[in-house]
Design a protein around this ligand. Structure first.
Ligand code: ZN
Length: 164
């Protein structure tokens, strides 16, 4: 994806108020992000660990979604799989995160959940730029390009539900 500025990101959120979007904690090193290798920029708020954010491009526009992690206590023997990039992680390495839906549905407290890599670094796992700690990736016959397309398609399907 193309590099985004703080302004691009703050104005992209579809499921939180303008005030929340203005205050939320952005990654400090925006200029240093590996943009060329990202299907979406995802991060957790270090000051509020249950909060996560995903920003991507859709039809040439930035779309950002605020997420809340659902508290789950899982032992190291538990293994979960990210529903976007299909990487498996032990323990709490896969988080159930919920997004309030956009518009009236969200004001009516409707949300959509997704199991996702807790560090939201799916793009890097798919490309082999980040190796899951004690987790793994399935041996697949798909090429990396095809796996990237699949990850994007799954993210897009999730965004469809948030925006519907
Ligand atoms: Zn993932």
């Amino acid at each position: 994806m193309k590099a985004m500025s703080e302004q691009d990101i703050r104005t992209s959120f579809v499921n939180c108020s303008r005030g929340e979007a203005k205050r939320l904690a952005l990654p400090r090193d925006l200029a240093e992000q590996p943009w060329d290798d990202l299907d979406f920029l995802g991060w957790r708020d270090p000051g509020a660990p249950d909060r996560g954010y995903v920003v991507t491009e859709r039809g040439g526009e930035a779309v950002g979604v605020a997420l809340r992690a659902v508290a789950q206590q899982r032992g190291r023997l538990h293994r979960g799989m990210c529903s976007l990039c299909l990487t498996t992680h032990p323990g709490n390495g896969v988080a159930l995160m919920t997004a309030r839906r956009a518009g009236q549905a969200g004001r009516d407290n409707n949300s959509v959940g997704v199991y996702v890599c807790a560090d939201l670094a799916c793009s890097l796992y798919v490309r082999g730029r980040k190796i899951p700690d004690l987790g793994g990736r399935l041996e697949e016959s798909l090429t990396v390009e095809e796996q990237i397309d699949r990850t994007r398609a799954k993210l897009s399907a999730f965004l469809d539900k948030v925006l519907a």
